[in-house]
Design a protein around this ligand. Structure first.
Ligand code: PLP
Length: 388
C-alpha cells in the first residue's frame, strides 16, 4: 500500500537536491570549520554560503543568522536570551495563548523565576488582536513573542502590525516562524522583526538544524557557553552538513515559493471543501489567513486518535493536535484557545500538505474518510444522543 504523507507540519522528507548538498560533508569535506588548515576551507565556506541563502529568504544579512540545533533551541534562546538581557529594564513579556510549547514552556519557566507573562487570547479564527496587544503593553514590557504561523491550525498572525507596535514602544519582537519560513513571504525589515526562529526539517532538509535571526544591534544573552562558533553566541562545533542542507533548501524555496504555495493552497481548499461536506464538521482556524498546506477540521462526537488509526490502516499519515502533544490525552491548548469545547477539540485532525503531495492524495483522503467517520459515529453513544 502506498503511504500518503499528510503530516508535513510535523516534519518533511529530505528532498534529493538537499541530500546531494549534504553528503560531501559526511565524506571528504569533514574538516572542522574552526581549524586553520586547508581541509577547513570548504566546510567554512559552506557555513557562509548557507547563512547567505537563509538570510536572503527573509531579507536579512548573513551576519544576522545564527545556526542552532533545532527550532526549539532557537525559541528558547530568543525568549530566555532577551528576557535575561533586559531584566534590569523590566520583567514583563507578552506572548499568545497558542504558541508552540518551545515558547510557552519557556514563558512558564520564566514565570517561576520572577518574570510576568501576558498570554494574549485569540479570536475564534485563531488570530490575536492588535488592540489586545496594545492594551497589554506596560512600562516594564521588554519582549513580545508571537508566532508567525500556527503549527496546528495554520493561522497566520498580523506580524507586520505586531512588529510596528513593538517598534513604536521600544520593545523587542521575536517570532517563531518555524512553520512559515520558506512557505510564505517574510521580510524582517519591512515587518520590524528583531528575532526569528526557523527549523530545517520543516523545509525538506534534515532534522537537528535550526537558526535564529537576530537583527544587528540587538543584544541577547547566550543560552550556552563554550567555543567561539557563530561569533561566540552559539558555541559547539557546527553541524556543517545539516547547515549546508538548510541553506540549499532555503535557496530552492526562494525560487519555488510563489508557484508552490499557490499549488498547495488549491489542494488545501479542495481538501477543506470535501471534508466539510461530512456532516457535523468545522474548519479550525481562519479560512484565508492560513498556511497554504494546512487543513484542520473537527469531527464532532468522535475521537481524533481513532480517526488517525483508521486513516493509518489506509496508509494515510495525519495528526491530531501537534506531534508533541499527541500521546497525551489533554486536548490541544490551541484548539481550546479558539473556544472549542473539549469534545470538539478531541475530534480534530490536522492534514498538512507538502511539495510531494498531489491531487490524488487529496482524493484518496476524501474517499477514505467519510466511511471511517460514519463507522466511528455509529459506535459513538454521544452521536446517538445528540442527533437522534
Ligand atoms: C516544529 C516546530 C518547532 C520546533 O522545531 P524543532 O526543530 O522540531 O525543534 C517550534 N515551533 C513551531 C511552530 C514548530 O512547528
Amino acid at each position: 500500500m502506498k503511504t500518503i504523507y499528510l503530516d508535513n507540519a510535523a516534519t518533511t522528507p529530505v528532498r534529493a537536491e538537499v541530500l546531494e548538498e549534504l553528503l560531501p560533508y559526511y565524506k571528504d569535506e569533514y574538516g572542522n570549520p574552526s581549524t586553520v588548515y586547508g581541509l577547513a576551507r570548504s566546510p567554512k565556506k559552506a557555513l557562509d554560503t548557507a547563512a547567505g541563502r537563509v538570510a536572503a529568504l527573509i531579507n536579512a544579512r548573513p551576519e544576522e543568522i545564527f545556526f542552532t540545533g533545532c527550532g526549539t533551541e532557537s525559541d528558547n534562546w530568543a525568549v530566555f536570551g532577551a528576557a535575561w538581557a533586559r531584566a534590569a529594564k523590566g520583567r514583563h513579556i507578552i506572548t499568545s495563548a497558542i504558541e508552540h510549547h518551545a515558547v510557552l514552556h519557556v514563558c512558564q519557566a520564566l514565570e517561576k523565576s520572577g518574570f510576568e507573562v501576558t498570554y494574549l487570547p485569540v479570536g475564534e479564527n485563531g488570530i490575536v488582536s492588535a488592540d489586545d496587544l496594545k492594551n497589554a503593553i506596560r512600562p516594564d514590557t521588554t519582549l513580545i513573542t508571537v508566532m508567525f504561523a500556527n503549527n496546528e491550525i495554520g493561522t497566520i498572525q498580523p506580524i507586520k502590525e505586531i512588529g510596528a507596535i513593538a517598534r513604536a514602544n521600544g520593545i523587542l519582537f521575536h517570532t517563531d516562524a518555524v512553520q512559515a519560513f520558506g512557505h510564505v513571504p517574510i521580510d524582517v525589515a519591512d515587518m520590524n522583526i528583531d528575532m526569528l526562529s526557523a527549523s530545517a526539517h520543516k523545509l525538506y532538509a534534515p532534522k537537528g538544524v535550526g537558526m535564529l535571526y537576530i537583527r544587528k544591534g540587538v543584544k541577547i544573552s547566550n543560552l550556552m557557553y563554550g567555543g567561539a562558533q557563530e561569533r561566540g553566541k552559539r558555541p559547539g562545533t557546527e553541524n556543517v552538513a545539516g547547515i549546508a542542507a538548510f541553506g540549499r533548501a532555503a535557496e530552492l524555496m526562494m525560487g519555488e515559493m510563489p508557484a508552490e504555495s499557490a499549488r498547495l493552497a488549491a489542494l488545501r481548499d479542495k481538501l477543506i471543501r470535501g471534508l466539510l461536506e461530512i456532516p457535523y464538521t468545522r474548519l479550525n482556524g481562519d479560512p484565508v489567513k492560513r498556511l497554504p498546506g494546512n487543513a484542520n477540521v473537527s469531527f464532532e462526537f468522535i475521537e481524533g486518535e481513532s480517526i488517525l488509526l483508521h486513516l493509518d490502516m489506509n496508509g494515510i499519515c495525519a495528526s491530531s493536535g501537534s506531534a508533541c502533544t499527541s500521546g497525551s490525552l489533554d486536548p490541544s491548548h490551541v484548539l481550546l484557545a479558539l473556544g472549542l469545547k473539549h469534545e470538539k477539540a478531541h475530534g480534530s485532525i490536522r492534514f498538512s500538505l507538502g511539495m510531494f503531495n498531489t491531487e490524488e492524495d487529496v482524493d484518496a483522503v476524501l474517499k477514505a474518510l467519510p466511511p471511517i467517520v460514519r463507522k466511528l459515529r455509529d459506535m459513538s453513544p454521544l452521536y446517538e444522543v445528540m442527533t437522534k
